[in-house]
Write a protein of this length. Sequence first.
Length: 127
Amino acid sequence: MPGQWKCEEDILCGVNEPKDRESLTDLEKKHIPVVEAPDKVRKDESFQVKVEVGKLHPHPNEAAHFIEWIELYCGDTYLGRASYSGGASFPEATFKVKLSHAHGPLKAWEKCNIHGLWENTKEITVE
Ligand SMILES: [Fe+2]
């Protein structure tokens, strides 16, 4: 269950998710990974999933404050990772994915070197 082990007041504990998706704070907008993918895909046919951090509100991209990596999962099944150095690389990634069945929603995690781990999901149907 997402957020199961989250300490409410400690941003570096557990996985951060928006408290109210209808009213995001600037901190949440800077860190929520935006997941773009089809709503429905065909079994065993490849498709693209784009994950972008800072799309809702720009996140700093400098040596002292940057997005370290983005990971993509389907449910709890690991699909891939992209890493960034800050400054010269931008925290967005496009993954080519093929699913034989739905393991759960697509799930992106991103890690900010200062503000910890953040999650977003997108429902997907495999037919
Ligand atoms: Fe940050």
